[in-house]
Write a protein that binds this ligand. Structure first.
Ligand code: MN
Ligand code: MN
Length: 308
């Protein structure tokens, strides 16, 4: 029986590349066939990575009842297929807080507080002494630079930097930071995309207490690309909030050069933002200096406010 390897909904580069790199590794060391898949459409950044290193697009599959699965980059039910309870989870690779996924059979767990799932997968290749193909190394290197914002994110560890250095040498890329910057310039292209596409490009819904909070993030090299888009983004955020019965929806417009984020908020309680981050919203927005990571600098400050 085959095992599907996939990451979270609205897949980012870590989820897509992780499916590819982990499936390849598993196919070298196990008797079962591992198949990379994905739960949704890929972002322009991920397309850039696949094109650059001749990666095959994992195939789209959203239902997994009766299948064996190996999950990358999340353990949150909200980010997993609706029928995940009817699948057999054989393993998990993740670098987020432990979510609410439970299993009925023993599983393999590779969970580490590092900057990227592909950093852990690199450690798995080393552990099993499997050589990483050049093209896969290039994609893994890009995924780590994406998740760690080229090492600027507070989630980045020495292990991530070392992994990128080693992967770059396998991939034959000398100036990997320049490639990382090229990747973020691709990521910054917002022209022609609808407000809905932009909000959902990197979007997650978090269960907080009894409420649901949607948090999207767009990382760009220059925030001015949003100057004439904020209004339409806020309008669409309001729609998404209403349609999905969210308590709040937040969009982080992250400037990777200025190293901070403009937070846009639409929700039932504007004081939430001041309580969490000590700064008041003005016109539904506030600049948060030094904030680059949703996982480390946003969610942990919001979550406790919903718990009684
Ligand atoms: Mn991810
Ligand atoms: Mn990740």
């Amino acid at each position: 029986m085959s095992v599907y390897v996939f990451g979270h909904t609205t897949p980012d580069s870590d989820s897509i590349v992780g499916a590819i790199s982990l499936a390849y590794l598993k196919n070298q060391i196990s008797n079962e066939e591992y198949i990379p898949s994905r739960q949704g459409e890929i972002s322009p950044e991920t397309k850039f990575i696949l094109d650059k290193f001749n990666g095959d697009l994992p195939f789209l599959k959203t239902s997994y009842a009766g299948e064996k699965v190996y999950i990358v980059d999340t353990t949150d039910l909200a980010l997993l297929p609706k029928d995940i309870k009817d699948a057999t989870v054989v393993g998990v690779v993740d670098h987020h807080k432990l979510g609410d996924l439970t299993t009925s059979t023993p599983l393999e767990c590779w969970i580490r507080p590092v900057g990227c799932s592909n950093t852990i997968i690199k450690e798995m290749y080393d552990h099993y002494r499997v050589e990483i193909p050049k093209q896969i190394a290039g994609m893994m290197m890009c995924a780590i630079m994406s998740d760690t914002v080229i090492f600027k994110s507070p989630t980045c560890t020495k292990v991530d930097i070392k992994a990128v250095e080693e992967l770059a040498s396998i991939a034959g890329v000398n100036d990997y930071k320049a490639l990382g910057m090229e990747m973020f310039i691709v990521k910054s292209a917002v022209e022609g995309a609808s407000a809905d596409e932009l909000i959902k490009r990197d979007y997650k819904v978090f269960d907080m207490g009894d409420e649901k909070v949607g948090v999207g993030q767009l990382e760009v090299v220059d925030l001015s690309v949003f100057d004439d888009k904020k209004e339409m983004l806020l309008e669409q955020m309001k729609k998404i909030k209403e349609q999905n019965h969210l308590h709040s929806i937040i969009l982080l417009l992250t400037d990777i050069l200025k190293e901070g984020s403009l937070l846009l908020y639409v929700g039932d309680d504007e004081s939430l933002i001041e309580k969490a981050f000590g700064k008041k919203l003005e016109d539904k927005e506030v600049w948060l200096d030094g904030v680059l990571s949703r996982k480390k600098q946003i969610i942990p400050f919001l979550q406790p406010l919903f718990e009684k």
